[in-house]
Write a protein that binds this ligand. Structure first.
Ligand code: NAD
Length: 445
């Protein structure tokens, strides 16, 4: 276990420093949040950073040492909470930014949590399942003293799933010599997972669309939607919108996308993706499959389509200064974390695009994770309908709080969401005393 005090330049090797880029939002939000600037100063620095090396015995007998991180950003409002990502491009700046977003996301939704994130530099598709299990257990072994149900609670993120969370919970429980389901969320249901967690992030995005539908008086049949990323989040939101009559005209995964002006039958795409692990415009009934008309498009082309609603649900930095001027969709919902860079966001706002920011739009996942944690701690499990209804209440309430703020202050929704979050975090920081409070105390003595 190694605590990193200084960040090595070798680790910070992305073209946009995601953490530096994203904390700019704090200064912008401070203008509208009536809180002490000290709160912003605290939030500009993650609370703690842990870097670990994870030696893993590979199936061929060789040893591979993987590098991983866990960043706790801020815990003023409660234990820190955030996913663990497996990806070859994981780097510390990205994990710091993701941890910061988790602090803001939990505050936007009013959950009693701070923010954290973890990641391992690995291409999980290159590992066997046994190697993946050894890596997952090894990572928990290295970070066990850093996490806990009242300290820091991990969850799934890109290329990690319920089974991996189950292995991680099991490993932590072995170390503590007691069953500790509340240490991690997103677990399989038989191991203490919550109903509805698997599709919660996509469902949260869907509830945002439903609020927009009321505001913009949309007729779903006339709304053409493009979804970038067809994983956990992209699939869930595409399925729910399609069931409501929305026309999903384009979807993509890491290998590229497909486009059809008529719109896709999403259950058929899901079936073929799950059967073949490939995104194909093939519809099957029993053993009879037919290819439907579709164009192959790249991920760049998908983002630039003339659609009514664009939902980036893959990775960060997909819309930047490089392509922002080609983006045509009048409404964008950031289902992924950070798909639009701050400078591109500003340009979109100036040209009248309505953009629902990640810290609000994809907060459904952490909200149901919170429900899972509560259920694990009380040992009482809720039915699916209750989870959907509680999630819809929170997403609807906070969507409108942010939308109202945007209207009142005439700011874009990203700054409105940060202002909303910063007000809640700032109030918590202020209640522990700021310079104003302590100087007054000295004068009184
Ligand atoms: P996932 O691993 O299930 O799916 C990711 C999808 O993106 C896959 O279809 C993959 O093929 C695709 N993809 C990868 N690289 C791509 C590229 N360069 N261009 C286009 N597509 C690409 O991950 P997920 O859980 O669906 O997460 C997606 C995003 O949502 C991430 O930004 C994640 O941080 C965010 N998020 C996820 C959750 C959650 O509960 N899963 C919660 C909050 C935020």
């Amino acid at each position: 276990m190694r605590l990193v005090k200084k960040i090595s330049p070798a680790i910070e090797n992305t073209s946009i420093d995601l953490f530096e880029d994203t904390i700019q939002n704090l200064d912008l939000a401070l203008k509208y949040a009536n809180i002490d600037p000290e709160a912003v100063e605290i939030l500009k620095h993650p609370k703690a950073i842990l870097q670990v090396s994870i030696p893993v015995r590979m199936d061929d007998g060789s040893l591979h040492v993987f590098e991983g991180y866990r960043v706790q950003h801020n815990d003023t409002r409660g234990p820190t909470k955030g996913g663990i990502r497996y990806h070859p491009n994981v780097n510390l700046s990205e994990i710091k930014a993701l941890a910061f977003w988790m602090t803001c996301k939990c505050a936007v939704t009013g959950l009693p949590f701070g923010g954290a994130k973890g990641g391992v530099i690995v291409s999980p598709k290159d590992l066997s399942l046994l190697e993946l299990e050894r890596l997952s257990r090894g990572f928990i072994h290295e970070i066990a003293d850093f996490i806990g149900p009242e300290i820091d609670i991990p969850a799934p993120d890109v290329y990690t799933n319920a089974m991996i969370m189950g292995w991680m919970m099991d490993e932590y429980s072995k170390i503590r010599r007691q069953r500790v389901p509340a240490v991690i969320t997103g677990k399989p249901i038989p191991l203490g997972g919550s109903l509805g967690r698997d599709e919660a992030t996509g469902r949260g995005v869907y509830y945002c669309v439903k609020e927009l539908e009321k505001i913009r008086k949309w007729n779903p049949q006339k709304i053409r939607v493009a979804v970038q990323g067809f994983g956990n989040v992209g699939q869930a939101v595409a399925k729910l919108l399609h069931a409501d009559g929305y026309k999903i005209v384009a979807v993509s995964d890491s290998k590229g996308g497909i486009y059809s002006d008529k719109g896709f039958d999403i259950p058929s795409l899901l079936y073929s993706k799950n059967e073949t692990r490939q995104l194909k415009a093939i519809y099957c009934k029993g053993t009879v499959c037919e290819m439907v008309d579709a164009d192959f498009i790249s991920n760049e082309q998908l983002l630039e389509l003339d659609v009514d609603l664009l939902i980036p649900a893959a990775l960060e930095n997909q819309i930047t200064l490089r392509n922002v001027n080609q983006i045509q969709a009048p409404v964008i919902i950031e289902a992924a974390n950070g798909p639009i860079s701050s400078d591109a966001f500003e340009i979109l706002y100036k040209k009248g695009t309505l953009t629902v920011p990640d810290i609000l739009a994809n907060a459904g996942g952490v909200t149901v994770s919170y429900f899972e944690w509560v259920q694990n701690k009380t040992g009482y499990y809720w039915p699916l309908e209750e989870i959907h209804q509680k999630l819809q209440t929170i997403m609807g309430r906070e969507f409108h709080a942010v939308y109202r703020l945007k209207e009142e202050k005439q700011i874009d929704m990203r700054i409105a969401a940060y202002t909303h979050a910063l007000t809640r975090i700032g109030e918590a920081i202020e209640s522990q005393g700021t310079q104003k409070y302590f100087s007054r105390g000295m004068l009184q003595q």
